[in-house]
Write a protein that binds this ligand. Structure first.
Ligand code: ADE
Ligand code: ZN
Length: 326
């Protein structure tokens, strides 16, 4: 089972999606916030989603107990301990600034808590990291412009910007001015596209946002010309198998298109998305996918190599990780 012991990179993980219910209750209690559930078990019973929106409603509710810098630190530290267990040596995480600033939490409280935890993770656990700030696409582009100066102010800590939240009805074109500005300012660009939305949204992510990576991207498989374009541009897909299952993007992991992606030459990677909600961290994604579609050792190695190649590490750092895999 090479995935367990091989060092790997994770490129698609929402830090707010790693909020385990036990920690959520603990933080809610210390902040004197009443969660609308009686117990951890009662909350977990809600983790039965028919689509992305049903998940997002619960996910944003969970975010609302995070108040102090220490809360954000504790959330990130808990993820890092899980990542260490799974032999993650590099992680590129998303956070959703607007889901905190819209509740009156200062941007600095959020980023400083996360940043301090990831710095400690690098020192104490040997896990390198990059931080990506995502815009919530269900909000107007102007709301993204409102938070953008804070992202720029923390450019020393934030490598890129992304686009997440409710996809259908919120195509990338809605955000093209904001992403053009971010590109001009030197941020890396990623976007969720083709998770629930059509291949057309993936085209827009390429043509209008000029993405450096595509998050999910499953629906690109509906359009052969799009697949060829993604391959030609050498753009990676950050694929999230257990997320796809829990959000009904696939009806059964046995029907997950990961092999089709690899066979088409797509640079697919394996990621956990929102592990606390979807039933597992990165090694659980590898384990369940492997038994569902019978991934070979070579395919697993290719997925792990892709994770380093598609990362935002320097060429020297990538080479170091890739040679350790050889
Ligand atoms: N925010 C957190 N997880 C997400 C996902 N899978 N898709 C879109 N937005 C998200
Ligand atoms: Zn995601």
């Amino acid at each position: 089972m090479p995935y367990k012991t091989l060092p790997k990179a994770e490129l698609h993980m929402h830090i707010e999606g790693s909020f385990e219910p036990e920690l959520m209750f603990q933080i809610a209690e210390r902040n004197d916030i009443q969660l609308p559930y009686e117990s951890v078990e009662a909350l977990k019973e809600k983790y039965d989603f028919n689509n992305l929106q049903e998940f997002l409603d619960i996910y944003y509710q969970g975010c609302a107990v995070l108040i102090t810098e220490q809360d954000f630190y504790d959330l990130a530290w808990a993820y890092l301990l899980k990542a260490k267990e799974d032999n993650v040596v590099h992680t590129e995480i998303f956070f959703d600034p607007q889901s905190h600033t819209d509740r009156g939490i200062a941007f600095d409280t959020v980023i400083n808590g996360f940043h301090r935890a990831f710095e400690d993770g690098q020192q104490q656990l040997g896990i390198s990291y990059r931080i990506i700030a995502c815009f919530l696409r269900h909000l107007p582009e102007q709301a993204g412009f409102d938070v953008y100066p804070d992202i720029v102010r923390h450019k020393d800590k934030i490598i890129g910007v992304g686009l997440d939240s409710s996809e259908v009805g919120h195509p990338p074109e809605k955000y093209q001015r904001l992403f053009a500005q971010a590109k001009k300012d030197g941020f890396k660009i990623v976007a969720h596209a083709g998770e629930e939305g059509p291949a057309e949204y993936v085209w827009q992510a390429l043509d209008l946002l000029d993405v450096d990576r595509i998050d999910h991207g499953n629906r690109c498989l509906d359009d052969a010309e799009l697949v060829n374009t993604i391959v030609d541009k050498d753009l990676a897909l950050t694929v999230c198998p257990l997320s796809n299952l829990k959000l009904c993007v696939v009806d059964d992991l046995k029907n997950h298109p990961i092999k089709i992606m690899l066979d088409n030459g797509l640079k697919a990677t394996i990621n956990s998305d929102d592990p606390a909600y979807f039933g597992g961290y990165i090694n659980d994604n590898f384990a369940q996918l492997q038994s569902a579609v019978n991934l070979s050792d070579d395919e697993i190695k290719a997925l792990i190599r892709n994770s380093f190649e598609a990362s935002f590490l320097s060429d020297e750092e990538k080479a170091k990780h890739l040679s350790a895999l050889a």
